[in-house]
Design a protein around this ligand. Structure first.
Ligand code: SAM
Length: 325
């Protein structure tokens, strides 16, 4: 994976340097030995990278405010783009790490925030970053007997919509690293994240998100709030991490595989989706034990019921799904 900038150490901002950058002093990006493509003020947007830049200053402020008091927090910004959120975050966050895939934008951001010691711009793919390494204890910082608990990180971003689900699943995989996510997503995705069981929008993404977090939809923006405008409306959601793995008494990875299997084919019943992995007798017994009719669909059941079926299957012959199809 190409991740540039990881080695730069980041400290708390030195007194008196907050809020000052070359750009805010001069209104221009630095000139001189800077390649033209990097020094250019606004590079053309790349639709393939989901580049729809937020052009509504009030919305940007509301996103940052939704993170709460960040003066003592480490923030991870996903896809900072031209830096509309980054500029606000640098003024109030103790430490900000921003990951941008577009190398021109990443270079421009590095120059723009060069004088902010609390900001680190990483050029890389957010889907390839190992957050445990990025946020965990640094080599040489541990001593026998010293227990280090990494501080929880808050995540913010107007996400590139073409990989929203992949980003969320990756963040959930590293859920121990994070405490709050405030993210802009396509409205339909926000509806799915927040949907209740038994409603049209409830599916695997809802169940997985709600396994890890409390989900709130904060506000919705029209396409005109972005440059260039996307074809869809967008919503800002806040996910407050509150994993339920322990209270459901299920092993994390095997239960995620079980959820994938249960939702396997959308219009199929739970029975038809689960029978691809479980013998009819143990499946019948487990559904009965959990008080679920075989003709139910996964979309109708709350997580507690799915966990009950899973536990019943696991206790009959240690039956765990292996594939996670
Ligand atoms: N935050 C900026 C804003 O609100 O104006 C830009 C948001 S734009 C919707 C998404 C950003 O994510 C773009 O800058 C894009 O280049 C970046 N991006 C796309 N794929 C990425 C990836 N795999 N990893 C990191 N950043 C990515």
């Amino acid at each position: 994976m190409m991740v540039k900038g990881l080695s730069r150490s980041v400290n708390c901002p030195a007194p008196g340097t907050r809020g000052i950058s070359l750009v805010s002093l001069t209104g221009r990006l630095p000139e001189g030995n800077v390649p033209k493509v990097v020094a250019e003020r606004a590079s053309r947007s790349k639709p393939k990278l989901g580049q729809h830049f937020l052009a509504d200053g009030t919305a940007a402020r509301r996103i940052v405010d939704a993170l709460g008091n960040i003066s003592q927090s480490t923030l991870l910004e996903i896809g900072p783009g031209r830096g509309v959120l980054t500029s606000l975050l640098t003024r109030s966050a103790r430490r900000l790490i921003a990951i941008e895939l577009d190398r021109v934008l990443a270079a421009q951001l590095r120059m723009k925030f060069a004088l902010y010691p609390n900001v680190e711009i990483i050029e890389g793919d957010v889907l390839a970053v190992d957050f445990a390494t990025l946020f965990g204890p640094k080599p040489g910082s541990s001593r026998p007997g010293l227990i280090q608990t990494p501080e929880p990180v808050r995540v913010v971003g107007n996400l590139p919509y073409y990989i929203t689900s992949d980003i969320l699943l990756r963040l959930f995989t590293f859920h121990q690293c994070f405490d709050t996510l405030v993210i802009m997503v396509q409205k339909e995705v926000a509806d799915r994240l927040a949907a209740n069981p038994g409603t049209r929008d409830y599916g695997l993404l809802s169940a997985t998100a709600q396994l890890y977090a409390r989900v709130e939809t904060l506000f919705t923006l029209p396409p005109g709030a972005f440059t260039p405008p996307p074809k869809v409306h967008s919503s800002v959601v806040r996910l407050t991490m509150s994993p339920r793995i322990d209270s459901l008494h299920v092993p994390e990875e095997a239960f995620i595989n079980f959820l994938k299997l249960s939702f396997g084919q959308k219009r199929k019943t739970l029975w038809n989706n689960l029978k691809t992995e479980y013998a009819p007798d143990s499946l019948r017994a487990a559904l009965q034990e959990a008080g679920v009719k075989p003709a139910e669909r996964a979309e109708a059941l709350p997580l507690e019921k799915k966990a009950a079926i899973f536990r019943a299957l696991a206790s009959n012959n240690g039956n765990l799904p292996q594939s996670g199809k």
